[in-house]
Design a protein around this ligand. Structure first.
Ligand SMILES: Cc1cc2nc3c(=O)[nH]c(=O)nc-3n(C[C@H](O)[C@H](O)[C@H](O)COP(=O)(O)OP(=O)(O)OC[C@H]3O[C@@H](n4cnc5c(N)ncnc54)[C@H](O)[C@@H]3O)c2cc1C
Length: 526
């Protein structure tokens, strides 16, 4: 479709869509190469980044090694992690933590001044650097936004809602974004020699999620609609312990609590993880999430009991979780916290190479919207912010080495509040019920039909088409993967198949699967 923009802005350097940690860190690593960071919401509090509680994984603790970190990452990923990617991400992690320290990130330290490191599930060592207990995301996001604001080469612009990529002669040359409401509404074409997507995840396509409602897979959908190759979209991670107090989105009880020794119990105080996995509460996330899901399906209520492991120290050690609990009348120091699994993290995304390049020339992808091969079928806790940092640095270096800045032209209109359509409830409900922790062919086929109905009823609204494209990719790939592996559990195909293969598909492939759901695999698995 040809779009007529009200304004055309020529950016001098890189155009970054997304002001979470991935977008801001990439801009800072690009500096002094110029960049414009565009986002829906305010940098510093934007996206999932500001909500991250645990911290960032890096082998900086005594006796820990990057090799052990890489090995844990490969193990958690259930056969689909690219070991070369795990190696370079784990190796570069301490350097990226040093970058953050230089940018002012206030990581917690021990009495001797060394970085304090915490432990999380499926890590063989204490290696999570954190800030003020559970405030890593909020504090790092705030600090990166302040540093970016002070950088003369970075322009931050909030209040723009991107809806489509601009492609000229087969190359991504920019994007269309809306700002304003009613008569004030403007469609702006931002053109740039390099476009970077740092658009985050897709949790809010699910009815029960820990993600902010702006995490709706729109970047993935935009790239897919422009023909980009998508990798592993069926792998969605469900966090086992969202606080179950009827909120949308659901607040999170960080995994670090289980690292501290908190236990999962039912309404009779039965510790049910002991019979599920030798590591009990510290088993991989998908195992813990499914165990809770099955307890709930069997009619039980499930709780995270921190009263012995954390007790009176709760308020000072985990202030964010404490505040969420208190707002619902629960004192986590003395009472168990009601918990349920919720859509939390997307392992899949826009396929990326080791420099963050997508399959579309001119488009780089960093952070949660990308599929780099690091997470495989199941992300290791606290590896996602790390991936954003490592690939942000790599993409910045690639762009600086290959792209020249050019003169800027045009002034963007003053950004304003804008309306963007929320994902319809029927879509979110279908994703949670039918494309959630446990899936089967009948449910996935029903979900594809629902996505199709939502799409047809949407009247070509581009934001909605971006969301339905993403939902379709997740669902079609889940239908095509006739096995259970990591975060993807098929009740009709409970075993893992050998050899383990990643999924690579386009939106056209997903549409073929949706058109003939019983026809079998139509996607490239390699
Ligand atoms: C509650 C919670 C706790 C977590 N804890 C941890 C943790 O401890 N450690 C860890 O490693 N990971 C954690 N994660 C995951 C991690 O926070 C995310 O994977 C990471 O922050 C993603 O960063 P990002 O920069 O890629 O995307 P985000 O931070 O989500 O930012 C996305 C940006 O894209 C913008 N955007 C998206 N679409 C559009 C559009 N169409 N137009 C304009 N702008 C758009 C948004 O406005 C936003 O600025 C947690 C996630 C959640 C939800």
């Amino acid at each position: 479709m040809v779009r007529i923009a009200d304004n055309i802005i020529e950016c001098k350097g890189a155009l970054i869509l997304g002001a979470g940690i991935a977008g801001l860190f990439t801009a800072l690593k690009l500096a002094p190469f110029p960049s414009l960071v565009l986002a829906g919401t305010r940098p510093g509090i934007s996206g999932s980044s500001a909500w991250a509680q645990g911290g960032i994984a890096a082998a900086v603790g005594e006796g820990d090694t990057w090799q052990a970190h890489a090995a844990d990452t490969v193990t958690a990923g259930a056969g689909l992690v690219d070991p070369l990617v795990a190696d370079f991400v784990a190796r570069e992690a301490p350097e990226r933590i040093s970058d953050l320290l230089a940018m002012g990130a206030p990581f917690d330290r021990r009495a001797d001044g060394s970085l304090a490191v915490g432990r999380e599930a499926a890590h063989s060592a204490a290696r999570i650097v954190h800030v003020k207990g559970d405030r890593a995301g909020a504090e790092i996001s705030r600090q990166l936004a302040l540093t970016a604001l002070a950088s003369p080469s970075i322009t931050l612009a909030e209040g723009f809602h991107a809806i489509e990529l601009a492609i000229e002669n087969g190359r991504v040359t920019g994007l269309f974004a809306r700002t304003g409401i009613g008569p004030q509404a403007r469609l702006v074409l931002f053109r740039a020699p390099a476009v970077i997507f740092a658009t985050g995840g897709l949790g809010a396509l699910y009815a029960v999620t820990t993600n902010p409602l702006e995490s709706r897979g729109e970047g993935l959908g935009m790239a897919a609609r422009a023909g980009a190759l998508i990798a592993d979209p069926e792998f969605v991670q469900f966090h086992p312990t969202a606080i179950n107090i009827g909120r949308d989105p659901a607040p999170l009880a960080t995994e670090a609590l289980r690292g501290e020794g908190a236990i999962l119990v039912d309404e009779t105080a039965r510790r049910f993880m002991l019979t599920v996995h030798p590591d009990a509460e510290l088993a991989p996330r998908d195992v813990v999430a499914r165990a809770i899901h099955r307890e709930i399906a069997a009619g039980h209520r499930t709780f995270l009991d921190c009263t012995k492991a954390v007790g009176a120290a709760f308020e000072s050690r985990f202030p964010t979780v404490y505040a969420a609990c208190r707002s619902a009348g629960i004192d986590p120091a003395t009472q168990p916290i009601p918990v349920a699994p919720a859509a939390h993290y997307h392992m899949g995304g826009i396929a990326s190479d080791a420099q963050g390049r997508s399959s579309l020339p001119g488009l780089w992808v960093v952070g949660e919207c990308a599929a780099t091969g690091l997470h495989g079928a199941n992300r290791l806790a606290s590896n996602s912010l790390l991936e954003a940092l490592v690939f942000g640095a790599r993409a910045a270096s690639d762009i600086k080495g290959t792209i020249s800045a050019r003169p800027a032209r045009g002034e963007p209109p003053a950004p304003q509040r804008f309306n963007s359509p929320a994902p319809p409830h029927v879509l979110r409900d279908a994703m949670t019920r039918l494309v959630g922790l446990e899936r089967n062919a009948a449910g996935l086929t029903e979900a594809l039909a629902t996505i199709d109905q939502v799409e047809r009823a949407g009247g070509n609204e581009p934001a909605l088409l971006n969301m339905t494209a993403t939902a379709k990719l997740v669902t079609a790939a889940a239908l095509a993967r006739r096995e259970s592996r990591g975060g993807h559990c098929r009740t009709d195909y409970p075993l893992a198949q050998q050899p383990a293969q990643r999924t690579f598909l386009t939106l056209a492939d997903a549409e073929n699967i949706a058109a003939a759901p019983s026809a079998g695999h139509a996607v490239a698995q390699q």
